[in-house]
Design a protein around this ligand. Structure first.
Ligand SMILES: C[S@@+](CC[C@H](N)C(=O)[O-])C[C@H]1O[C@@H](n2cnc3c(N)ncnc32)[C@H](O)[C@@H]1O
Ligand code: SF4
Length: 394
């Protein structure tokens, strides 16, 4: 076995670069959510935070000097809590400091609710060209059980307003909700498809540690029912013309989310804002960064010109698993050449794992491409476990 424990890699070329901007506040914390989101008690410190984000970016500019940014993603939390003026100021600051690709995809996550939907037009004017609306369900009872602040009418209205101003719209929905029946899940899928948005994300609701649902678990559909819902989602969306291109993501042909595709293809991203993560490649190393999760702590650190709380080089031994964890989520898998291009390692570094995955029917491969089989996609955790075990043995 080749010795992979050395720390340095050699990357012939750097991957595409995306920018992620984290907005860490929400009106209320949802009981199932483990994202870095904090209940906004009173007004959010919008101006201070915008200034901090720009300062954060400026600190990091030397690390991305001369590189083109192919996508920007405002994620949360609830970015639509911010005014369009704040988003406009941020985008102007980014344009002045970074080389944005001419077709740069600029996504903003928005929550339904009259107050926020009214701003959609102004987000578009500010330069956002893709809106991702957190619908979760179109069913009033389920929205209530999920602790959402919007109801079914507001969900529908938000989609209508989004479509009036954006031609590239994603809807986030979840299934296997507390007490959800197959018929109810089907109704949600049907409603979602009637709008014809370019993109739909359907997530299996998971009960995450450190959430209210974990402390006080609701009754959710059992594994078999959830699997039947997943099959139904796939069949209905295929019939409606959506391509299932990633575990939870479905797009009209050619309208995949470029920002997320870059993550899954093990591209680079600079993440600014509270709790944001970055992965940045250099000719001789790959680096991961994390910023402080608590907004107050983050602002303090930016004030001291030290936005990055933790930084480490990705060890060669970790790079195989990290690459697979992303690339095998994609239906198309990955071109063999991209493994070396992105990790700086020869494909032989992954051979043992790939051999085992192939013998268990979890992947298909030839000299040019590796892709997960239907079985591999369904049992993605088992597939990834193979590479995790491999990593431990190195
Ligand atoms: C960053 S989150 C939040 C975006 C936005 N604040 C919202 O709630 O609509 C993106 C999506 O992750 C999904 N999500 C959050 N927690 C989840 C969980 N425990 N299980 C499955 N999906 C989850 C939701 O569909 C959510 O819209
Ligand atoms: S699901 Fe969205 S709105 Fe709810 S707490 Fe998480 S980030 Fe905030």
């Amino acid at each position: 076995m080749k010795n992979l424990s050395g720390s340095s890699v050699r990357l012939a070329q750097l991957p595409p670069l995306s920018l992620y901007v984290h907005i860490p506040w929400c009106v209320r914390k949802c009981p199932y959510c483990d994202f870095n989101s904090h209940e906004a008690k009173g007004d959010v410190p919008e101006e201070i935070y915008v200034e901090a984000l720009v300062h954060d970016l400026e600190q990091e500019l030397p690390a991305v000097w001369g590189r083109r940014v192919t996508s920007i993603f405002f994620g949360g939390g609830t970015p639509s809590l911010f005014s369009a003026r704040a988003i406009d100021a941020l985008l102007s600051a980014f344009r002045a400091r970074l080389a944005l690709a001419p077709e740069c995809e600029i996504t903003l996550e928005a929550n339904p609710g009259t107050f926020e939907a009214e701003k959609f037009r102004d987000f578009r004017s500010a330069g956002v060209n893709r809106l991702s609306v957190g619908i979760q369900s179109f069913d009033a009872r389920h929205l209530k059980a999920l602790g959402r602040i919007h109801d079914d009418a507001e969900a529908r209205r938000a989609v209508e307003i989004a479509l009036a101003h954006f031609d590239n719209v994603n809807l986030d929905l979840m299934y296997a909700l507390p007490g959800q029946t197959q018929v109810e899940a089907e109704a949600d899928v049907r409603t979602a498809t009637t709008y014809g948005t370019t993109h739909l994300s359907f997530y299996h609701l998971t009960i995450e540690p450190n959430t209210l649902f974990h402390r006080n678990p609701p009754r959710v559909p059992d594994e078999d029912s959830a699997a039947a819902m997943q099959d139904m989602v796939e069949a209905q969306l295929a019939a409606a013309g959506y391509v299932h291109y990633e575990t939870s993501a479905y797009a009209k042909p050619g309208r995949e989310c470029r920002h997320n595709l870059n993550y899954w293809r093990f591209g680079d991203y600079l993440g600014i804002g509270a709790g944001a993560h970055s992965k940045l490649s250099f000719p001789d190393r790959i680096v991961r960064q994390m910023r402080a999760k608590q907004p107050v702590e983050y602002l303090k650190r930016v004030g001291a010109s030290m936005p990055v709380q933790e930084e480490h080089e990705v060890a060669r031994t970790d790079a195989v698993f990290e690459f697979m964890m992303n690339a095998l989520r994609l239906t198309e898998g990955f071109p063999v050449a991209s493994f070396t291009e992105r990790t700086g390692l020869p494909i032989t570094a992954a051979t043992r794992g790939l051999d085992e995955a192939e013998s268990r029917g979890l992947i298909l491969r030839d000299h040019a491409r590796v892709r997960p089989t239907e079985l591999g996609r369904r049992f993605l955790n088992d597939l990834l476990q193979i590479f995790l075990e491999e990593e431990k043995q190195r």
